[in-house]
Design a binder for this molecule. Structure first.
Ligand code: ATP
Ligand code: MG
Length: 416
């Protein structure tokens, strides 16, 4: 779990602003949900034999003995909230996004942390390929806006319905049993609990064994096949390249049909920056009405790692616009009053008052280091009362001005 400081968070807020802008342009609205849910809610929805529920949840008992869990992901809480508040009405726009920390007890490594941030988006009530396509277009646009589109690849697959997967699981287990002695501990366990997850193994030896394994797409029914074909054609027609990865499955149980991941080759083995899919039965599983749904989540830390590795973000933003300097204690009041007046008229400017009690030369040096465009000096001993010295730190010009002249002059530098 990391502490983040202003220097790092500049990049975070730059990225978050782009994410929010693009989501808004597709008419997604923000929702904010609790960090905690009842443990049972996650167990039922995510699946008892998934990695997340088996070994990654932070669960504890509250004072009344109820088991609660820090959310390991956002979809389940979102569906719980929609059902509980009766928010679903037909023919209304149900496109939502949220941003916040998730918690999973994992082995920490680059791109994998115990508290990490996700930007999640969910769409409820739509069951045609159009919305799957819109989500691919939206995420594709995000990468373009951030400037990483040449370094990410879309992988997509259809995992069919739950019934299709029961048949497939049998075939996969039958095949893998022959190699059971070659499987690693994780896969051996999964063979009996969640065999599909073996397809996702990062172990090279396992991947070799899987080369001849039966393929999930041969087990999914005609409707799912057509849905997937249509979607792939629609994605291509928008000029987006994708890889059909028949071994792509998701770690959580609730998905059906479309699943996808955006991966980068710049991130080592934690290479997925965005993952999503359709989950048409989750509402019913959680006691709501039958409601088709699709969503995705972006791992913010991994996105940041990628942006950093590509150096597409140049940090030219000024920390301070106007640097206020006063020389003696009795000038402090004028400094504060002047800053307040500037803020009244120019609410977007960043105005810094130096309260460090340094000599003027030091203060000016600091002003230059912050990249402030102008410094304003108040020195009643040297200047006439009510007179200020404004320094243009870029062009190295100086102006002796009254307060009202300063207020007007600021416009020349920063506009209104
Ligand atoms: P992985 O296979 O990498 O464990 P996952 O299938 O568990 O991923 P999801 O539950 O689909 O991941 O979460 C969506 C995204 O959130 C991931 O693609 C990744 O970018 C990010 N993410 C998931 N777990 C972590 C983590 N522990 N630390 C940082 N980011 C994470
Ligand atoms: Mg995981």
């Amino acid at each position: 779990m990391h502490d983040y400081f202003p220097e790092q968070l500049k990049l975070w807020s730059y990225i978050e602003n782009i994410l929010k802008e693009v989501l808004t342009s597709y008419c997604y609205s923000e929702i904010r949900l609790p960090l905690l849910e009842k443990t049972q809610v996650f167990k039922r929805a995510i699946g008892n034999v998934t990695d997340v529920v088996e070994k990654e949840m932070y669960s504890f008992k509250d004072r009344k003995g109820n088991s609660l869990t820090l959310r390991p992901e956002g979809t389940v809480g979102c569906v719980r909230a929609i059902i509980q508040n009766g928010l679903l009405q037909t023919k209304k726009n149900h496109r939502f996004w949220y941003l916040g920390p998730m918690f999973r007890y994992e082995r920490p490594q680059m791109g994998r942390y115990r508290q990490f941030y996700q930007l999640g988006a969910e769409v409820f009530g739509l069951n045609t390929e159009d919305i799957d396509l819109e989500i691919i277009l939206l995420t594709n646009r995000l990468w373009k806006r951030i400037g990483i589109h040449l370094h990410v690849t879309l992988e997509i697959n259809s995992i069919g319905s739950r019934i299709d997967r029961i048949q497939y699981k049998k075939a996969l287990v039958f095949f893998l049993k022959k190699y059971e002695h070659l499987l690693d501990e994780d896969c051996k366990r999964r063979l009996h609990t969640n065999p599909l997850r073996i397809l996702d193994s990062k172990n090279k030896e396992i991947q070799k064994i899987l080369q001849d394994a039966p393929l999930l797409n041969e087990y999914i029914d005609a409707t799912s096949q057509i849905y997937f074909k249509n979607l792939c054609n629609m994605i291509s027609s928008h000029g987006i390249k994708y890889i059909h990865n028949p071994k792509l499955v998701r770690g959580l149980d609730y998905y059906n049909n479309t699943v996808f991941e955006w991966k980068s080759d710049k991130l080592g083995s934690q290479n997925t920056i965005c993952a999503g899919g359709r989950y048409d039965s989750l509402f019913e599983d959680m006691g709501g009405e039958n409601t088709p749904a699709i969503g995705f989540a972006i791992g913010i830390e991994r996105l940041i790692l990628l942006v950093k590795s590509l150096e597409v973000f140049s940090n030219i933003q000024e920390e301070v616009n106007i640097y206020i300097i006063f020389s003696e204690e009795k000038d402090k009041n004028s400094a504060v009053n002047l800053s307040e007046e500037i803020r009244n008229l120019y609410p977007k400017l960043k105005i810094f008052i130096n309260f460090f009690n340094q000599n003027i030369k030091k203060q000016l040096k600091n002003a230059i280091n912050t990249l402030a465009r102008i410094a304003i000096l108040i020195d009643n001993k040297k200047m006439k009362r009510g007179c200020f010295l404004m320094k243009d730190l870029k062009k190295r010009k100086e102006y002796y001005l009254s307060k009202s002249e300063i207020i007007v002059k600021i416009k020349d530098f920063f506009g209104k």
